[in-house]
Design a binder for this molecule. Structure first.
Ligand code: ADP
Ligand code: MG
Ligand code: ZN
Length: 444
């Protein structure tokens, strides 16, 4: 292997080895700077390193990274700065002086910033486009990276219209190597990424199967259990063993996704009453409070957090032992991504849905309403798609089929050997019975 790559991995990034062969292959290919590269690996497999390492190897040049959220950008920059890698951002929230400092560094004969993070909104501004052409003129750009590239696709679950404009940049800067990365992409999304980002052929793709072998999936039918909070408590106690010898912030912890603010409160209260320290996170909190809640969970003061789905993007806590959905998730890719926050350290973790007819009905109602409300054909199409995606998720819950296979089918992956890593494979008969009972219980 390239000595310089390996040396940088150890000395600068402080990693003993690559996390997986796909990461290694992608880094080596990207360093050649010959082709555009597409990387698709599940959350937590180490996509950032695929472009950060090549970026660090470039002298006097900067890698531009498009990333969807300022919060996500901040996390990455903090992490890089801890490793003494110069990384910065230009965004709408910055003061003029700060922005000037970054721009002068970039335009200096000796550019020391290795990675510059930018939101797609910022990328669309004329001042940024001017900066970009300047940098290009003086050969200051090493790579252009589009992180969370699925945001370009309307078929993804995080569509961001400003991502579409990045394609214009691709056409303008034909001779720079582009790198697109995403966790969740099926054929349609990959096609959109290629089309809208105008990636150059031959595009080299690096993919890891979506199978997360340390995650155990199951579905629990709310109607079939006597007391759902008791059941929840017992499940959590099973997942979280007491590990007193481990520092507080590294101990096992969990996330419970709820559909509404009220639920985050109720579930947190019920669990606290039952002796499990739980804190609630939702969009109703002020930015500062949200930060405090997140930190209280991150550093282990509270082991469990109840949250609406706005929580979690960019949260990199490796010791999450369970992710629970209190009610049905909105789609398969959303569920894959949210539940995928469990077990990032590779140790066993559990993902469970507490499925209820009420949660299904209320989401069904909201989504149908969106279709009726839609003011344009385009919006109607999207709303219909959201409803169809939701029905696939409902089917996931109301079918006795390997949960990992359902993900694999969705992402056009080969079917993995589940080997009892889900309830349907572990005890098919039991799940069938549960489902029957659920259906007879919910008949009107
Ligand atoms: P992704 O973007 O694919 O979700 P990240 O880039 O955020 O993943 O990385 C996930 C975690 O894996 C991070 O904590 C990161 O520090 C760690 N990681 C990345 N590369 C390696 C490696 N070669 N060895 C060990 N850990 C790694
Ligand atoms: Mg990432
Ligand atoms: Zn299975």
């Amino acid at each position: 292997m390239n000595n310089k790559v390996e040396e940088t991995l150890k000395r600068i990034f402080k990693f003993e080895s690559f996390k997986n062969t796909v990461q290694k292959d992608a880094v080596e290919e990207i360093c050649k700077k010959q082709n555009d590269v597409f990387v698709s690996m599940p959350t937590g497999s180490g996509k950032s390193l695929c472009f950060q390492l090549p970026a660090v190897l470039e002298e006097n040049k900067v890698t531009l990274v498009f990333s969807p959220l300022i919060a996500l950008i901040k996390d990455q920059i903090d992490h890089l700065q801890k490793l003494k890698i110069e990384a910065d951002t230009i965004n709408s929230k910055m003061g003029t002086a700060d922005r000037q400092r970054v721009i002068s560094n970039l335009r200096n004969v000796n550019t020391t910033i290795k990675l510059l993070y930018i939101t797609p909104e910022q990328a669309a501004t004329s001042s940024f486009r001017w900066l970009l052409s300047e940098l290009k003129k003086y050969h200051k750009i090493s790579y252009i990276v589009v992180d969370e590239a699925h945001c370009v696709s309307q078929w993804g679950h995080d569509f961001r219209p400003d991502y579409l404009k990045l394609g214009e940049l691709r056409e303008k800067y034909l001779d720079l190597p582009w790198i697109a990365l995403t966790a969740t992409a099926n054929k349609n999304v990959i096609k959109d990424i290629k089309t809208y980002l105008k990636l150059k052929e031959p595009l080299l793709s690096f993919r890891i199967s979506c199978f997360r072998e340390n995650l155990y999936y199951d579905v629990c039918f709310d109607k079939n259990i006597r007391n759902s909070y008791e059941n929840l408590k017992n499940f959590i106690n099973e997942c979280l063993v007491d590990d007193e010898h481990i520092p507080q912030n590294k101990r096992g912890c969990g996330i419970i996704y709820c559909r509404t603010r009220e639920q985050t409160q109720t579930v947190a209260t019920q669990l606290t009453k039952r002796g499990i320290s739980t804190i609630a996170y939702n969009a109703g909190l002020k930015a500062k409070e949200r930060m405090e809640v997140q930190n209280a969970w991150m550093d282990g003061q509270f082991r469990v957090i109840t949250a609406t789905v706005s929580f979690g993007m960019g949260v990199d806590k490796s010791s999450v032992r369970f992710v629970i959905h209190w009610g049905v998730p909105s789609s398969i890719p959303a569920y894959y991504q949210e539940s995928g926050r469990a077990g990032r350290d590779g140790k066993p973790a559990r993902c469970r849905i507490y499925y209820s007819n009420e949660s299904k009905k209320s989401l069904d109602f909201i989504l149908k309403n969106e279709i009726t409300k839609a003011k344009s054909e385009d919006k109607r199409k999207k709303a219909k798609f959201a409803l169809e995606s939701f029905y696939k998720m409902v089917l996931y819950c109301e079918e006795v089929k390997c949960r990992h296979w359902i993900f694999a089918e969705f992402f056009d992956d080969t079917k993995p050997k589940c080997e009892n890593r889900c309830d349907a494979c572990r005890d098919k008969k039991k799940v069938e019975k549960e489902l029957e009972l659920f259906k007879s219980n919910t008949q009107e």
